[in-house]
Design a protein around this ligand. Sequence first.
Ligand SMILES: Cc1cc2nc3c(=O)[nH]c(=O)nc-3n(C[C@H](O)[C@H](O)[C@H](O)COP(=O)(O)OP(=O)(O)OC[C@H]3O[C@@H](n4cnc5c(N)ncnc54)[C@H](O)[C@@H]3O)c2cc1C
Length: 799
Amino acid sequence: MIGSIQMKSHARVVVIGGGVIGCSILYYLAKNGWTDVVLIERMDLTAGTTWHAAGNVSLADGNRAVNQFNVLAYKLYREMENETGEHLGWTRTGSILIAKTNDLLERYASRTESARAVGIDYHMIGPDEIKKLHPLMELDGILGAAYVPDEGVLDPSMTTHAFARASRAKGAEIYRHTKVTGLTEQLNGEWKVGTDKGDIITEYVVIAAGFWSPVVARMAGAHIPIVPTERQYLVTDEVPELRQLDRKVPMLRDFAVPFYVRQERNGLLIGVHEPHTPYCFLDGIPDDFGQELFPVDLERGAHSLESAMARVPALGRVGIKTEICGPTSRTPDLQGLIGPIPGLRNVHISAGFANGISQAAALGHVAAEWLIEGSPSVDVSMLYASRFGCYANKRFIRAMLSEAHVFGTVDLSGERLAGRPARASALYDRLKAKGAHFSAQLGWETPMWFSRGNARSNGVEEARAEALDVRKSVGILDLTALAKYEVSGPAASTFLDRLCARRLPAVGSIVSTPMLNERGQVMCFTTIARVEPNRFYLTAAPQAELHHYSWMNEQLPRDGSVQLENVTGRYGALLLSGPRAREVLAKVSEAKLSNDDFPWLTVADIDIAFGRARALRFNMVGELGWELHHPLEYQIGIYEALAAAGEEFQIVDFGFKAYDTLRLEAGWPIWGADFNTSQTATSAGLSRFVDPSKEGFIGRRAILDTARPVPYRLVHISFDLDGSPPEIGDLLFDGNDVVGFVHSSTYGPSVGSGIAFASVKDDLVRGGKTINCLVRGNRLPVSILERTPHDPESLRVSS
Ligand SMILES: Cc1cc2nc3c(=O)[nH]c(=O)nc-3n(C[C@H](O)[C@H](O)[C@H](O)COP(=O)(O)OP(=O)(O)OC[C@H]3O[C@@H](n4cnc5c(N)ncnc54)[C@H](O)[C@@H]3O)c2cc1C
């Protein structure tokens, strides 16, 4: 018994953690009809990080998907207040983001259209208006600011308790002062959640235990890349000038220092930035840690504090009323983690958020949708828990955070150098010595481009030259980062048949196919080589490795009739491609390689040099070629033999930048870059990979339902390019209306134009209208392509 509540022995979902996020998840599960759900909290609700959060609500973050997510949270909060009559302590204050350099001013201004496209009121203001909005502020050095009138503050405690009350009203149960002590998977796939008050058997577990989440996940044998850190802010005594105003002053943010200052009652709250991440609980979180705070260390944030005082001099004239320094959690890229935990079935996570108060409603909504519907309907790919592997240990997180940390305000778009190398192929040193510039994809060092003597280059020219060389003769790419899986066992073909939206290949053949969920959303996109009647070799985009594994693993029959193995780290892969590829391969292999013996979309295990490889006559670059998959021990031998054999054909090493260019010219979208689980096969432009006449695959019903609206559709576009191509998220316009946005893009040297994949409103796709892309302030006319501009008849790949 807990108080007067008898703890259930069974529940459909157990949510672990009674912070704002756990309570929100509980609410959205119950609201959407799953009322047999419980929440377990080791202390009181809000006892973790939530009770001491500042409660600031952000909308405009620069990134389209994050903006959209913030807007969703904002709408859901308003909806919840209306539906339940609960008060969340919401105050709309607006916020001002100041710029002291032209560079920053332009950067903020460039976010205007993308913020407005998702419904955020965002505009630039000059010093006069800033002063009008915030009379306490000094304008010294300020050139202007971005102003977001709808940002404000929520009361973290009121919000959490509102979710809890509304959940209970819908039938959910909450057990406080109950600590989860064990998570054990049962033979039938259910989970036993052990607590200090008894056990509960459940279908699904959601870990929402804040900075304790790694501790809880470890109970189920999983690793979660979160470390606990400290975060601090101060609240001043009453500021007399504020009392005289008949409104609240907007939040003031200076990301260049950074700091923020906002009104708290009639005082001011200062968010203090620290130049080094203040870790806590280095030896683990003490079992008896309760709601304690840490001593505030103002030295650590001196620069931030002094800058705030110079900007708002009133801060220096009043005393400090409250000092908060509390534990919170950090992930390697400062974005939280959401969704299934790779390797575990039916265990999800929602933790590690820097703005958990601001986003909790959307996080709860998405977590509930994921369980009830099979995946979220909004793009949360930037939050997938599957975006890090086991390499993302404490040391890795610390290395990443030493580059950029604290408020989540630092621009992380550039190449990260910390935490590397984590995963590397056997060729890493060799390729480095040949001038390779690497980038990390799910920890793998992947060659991006090879230096051609210009030490100051950013690789654009080199990648174009590499792409042209591949089209002209032959190139070799280290594709080891590709995700690779083996599926085998007596029921392997039945299993894959149910998952794949296309007929499985015959033995010795290959197909590329999406795997859908019941709503027709693209859970995976893989290339499947059938090597025996019940043995398949699957590949997918590098960043999909753990995501796809997780999805397939969840669908596995529980009787052991199918084995799924993630063999990414076991096999290397080299792509040998270009019109002379056959001649090169023939010099190092006895295998029969003619088009009759080894046609396009077939697979065979062949000898190469002194090793053996699984050769897939398949590639996405639109040329004759083979992907050569091999145990890593053979990699150097195979690579050296191919490189030597290719010398007479001027073989080139090429990197992923050139690969991207080539596959964009050849019309291959890829999972992660051009589409993800938030899209259906139709909206992801994958209809050509789906066979609706095939019966029995997951998602077929949704695919056949032509009445379902397809708001956006992925299209292949081209445009004249004078300068660099558009960036991810750049907007497409029909007149002044936003009608789409760009995914991946490049200049295609073989087709002589800019080329990209973009999501465009469906009526425009069919309407044949001229649309424009906004690229760094200029509007470029864009054509929607009916056929791929490179090798439209697939003559080169099948030559
Ligand atoms: C100083 C500071 C200022 C902040 N300011 C803002 C802000 O202005 N705006 C914003 O949006 N966000 C802010 N944040 C971040 C925000 O507080 C967090 O994102 C949010 O509170 C996280 O909520 P949560 O539910 O994930 O975690 P928590 O609130 O930590 O909840 C996790 C719960 O899990 C429970 N638990 C742990 N282990 C177990 C177990 N074994 N069994 C049962 N229960 C368990 C804990 O007791 C705890 O109650 C701030 C954070 C800090 C530290």
